[in-house]
Design a protein around this ligand. Structure first.
Ligand code: ATP
Length: 220
């Protein structure tokens, strides 16, 4: 069965979510209060609908609680974002992801029970800054304010050594949970196998510890 999503708000953020979900084979209902925005997605989304989602009767008539996941991508109109989320929550939608505009917005969204809250601009800024600070850090997934999973490129300083040789867990308190080698990915890599130059290590741990590992083991 195809996965089904609703995306409310078809700005750049919501619009790119619609395109990507459709490209990955999902059914997507795209909603915006502006008809020009909806027209843009008429040929892309499974259904494209003009509606103001701050009106509870509208959400009810569209049967949105039947969808597994609703994404609220209304940004600037914080009041509309909060009200829409609240109505969806009250109707029992199982997963709601909301784009937050600022910390205050996020706080309110947490209180009313949004399941996932994203800050696309802030998160992308953090990711880009991290990539600029270290050419070894290829990508970055924030798990909490202090913990992440990072993709780190193995340098010639560790190539040829195994995880046991490097004693990474004991020295840095971080875990290498996978190694990407070309197209292949090894989950729970063998501690005895040597790391090769160009391998990408999937590292989980506290940001300070991962950064210490990158500086000391890969760059110094
Ligand atoms: P982005 O930063 O993603 O490009 P944007 O700046 O174009 O977004 P936003 O103000 O974040 O626009 O709003 C995203 C979309 O949400 C807009 O197309 C807007 O018409 C729509 N929107 C705003 N309020 C509602 C509402 N009550 N119901 C449905 N859609 C709404």
């Amino acid at each position: 069965m195809k996965k089904e999503f609703v995306v409310i708000g078809l700005g750049r953020f919501g619009g790119s979510i619609v395109r990507e979900l459709v490209a990955q084979g999902a059914h997507v209902m795209a909603i915006d209060s502006t008809s020009e925005r909806v027209d843009e997605y008429a040929q892309i989304a499974t259904q494209a609908i003009v509606a103001d989602t701050t009106d509870e009767s509208v959400i009810k008539s569209l049967g949105l609680w039947n969808f597994g996941h609703v994404i609220v991508a209304i940004g600037e109109n914080i009041q509309a974002s909060i009200l829409t989320t609240l109505i969806l929550k009250e109707l029992g939608v199982s997963q709601i992801t909301v784009k937050a505009q600022n910390d205050y917005h996020e706080k309110v969204l947490r209180k009313i029970g949004a399941d996932y809250i994203v800050h696309p601009e802030r998160d992308m800024g953090i990711r880009i800054a991290n990539n600029m600070m270290s050419s070894n850090v290829l990508d970055y997934l924030e798990l909490s304010d202090e913990h992440s999973i990072m993709e780190i490129k193995a340098s010639d300083r560790i190539a040829g050594y195994s995880l046991i040789d490097l004693d990474i867990r004991a020295k840095y308190g971080i875990n290498i949970v996978g190694i990407k080698r070309g197209e292949a990915i090894m989950i729970s890599p063998s501690p005895e196998d040597p790391i090769l130059l160009g391998d990408v290590l999937l590292v989980i741990g506290a940001d300070v510890d991962i950064n210490r590992f990158v500086k000391k083991a890969l760059q110094d």
